[in-house]
Design a binder for this molecule. Sequence first.
Ligand SMILES: *Cc1c(COP(=O)(O)O)cnc(C)c1O
Length: 395
Amino acid sequence: MNIPIARTNLTEAEINSVLKPLHSGWLVQGPKVREFEEKWSSFTGSKHSIAVTSCTTALHLSLAALGFGPGDEAIIPAFTWISTANVVEHLGGRVVFCDIDLETFNIDPSQIESKITNKTKAILPVHLFGLAAKMNAINAIAQQYNLWVVEDAACGFGARYHGSHVGTLGNTGCFSFHPRKAITTGEGGMVTTHDGQLAEKIRRLRDHGAAMSDLQRHLGSRPYLLADHPDAGYNQRMTDIQAALGSAQMDRAEDIVAERQRLAASYDQAFSSLDWLQNPAKLQGFEHGYQSYPCLFQPERAKHAATIGDAKEIKTVNEARNQWMDQLQQQGISTRPATHAVHMLSFYQQKYRLNPEDFPNAFAANDCSISLPLFHGMTEAELDFVILALRNAKF
Ligand SMILES: *Cc1c(COP(=O)(O)O)cnc(C)c1O
């Protein structure tokens, strides 16, 4: 058996949906983008959705539209995909890392306030792997210090927080349609916001700063006149080919989420007796979207080592985890570290002169986490194979 960490799952109808824009000749940000955006708003409960080229550009546009600029500081969790930090760099800002909580892998709200300076402008909470960050606490701090909240909801499809879909809780939410995420357009992203003026600004910035999109111009009375450009914008438009694919998947959005939750529930049950593995957190009021199934290997040891700052012990657990990943790979089961600690990557380590121990929980998550295969269309045989391999493992 050969079980990948994720496998793209598209129906024939979804695959064929890309032919429509190709036949129609309208390839870039036209009717299909608008349709995808409307379905996205209706699924998430966001007033506005703006399709873009990736989650990274969604984050970048959000910060740019809010007015984040040179010298401004943004607080981000130390354990996340690198682009949460990169967009701050791209805008000339300063990345301020905050440690995470090892139960959830998300930013630890109790550590945010100590990171705030008179230059802090934004908090970028990340809903990692489909579990919402603790948004009430984060929003309370943001309100007190007058900070923007840009949610990195790249993995957040289907993730709800006390009934609200993630991406609707801050100034903007940013989603990814990379193939590792639950809905894919190859590359692609979406910004969600309740703020109409901000939505307009983001729409302009993604489209060279144009006051009016091509579609609006073509639907208007004088399609032959060009739009004004009030901003020096970017080109971060989604193609209609991608949007057709995204829009088609939205017709089974509930199924896609339910399938991931069902697979995760099987894992949860099968692994509940393994004291050497911590399953993804289940919290009251949080509905997990399970973009992936992130676990902590040897959780007692990893957490204790992080608490007392024992780097050597984290490395010992790390070696055991890597050996185990090796064994699983030999059995045909692909796994991955859940994600990386950005402060340990050489650009950030060098620029900000950081040590792994500066954010000990992110360090432990980097070295001791493991994601197991979970994807829509995973067969019962594949699921059972993974479960059996873990139950037979001895630590
Ligand atoms: C996948 C991911 C991104 C990047 O998304 P792209 O669409 O590839 O730009 C950003 N942040 C997190 C947390 C992610 O998981």
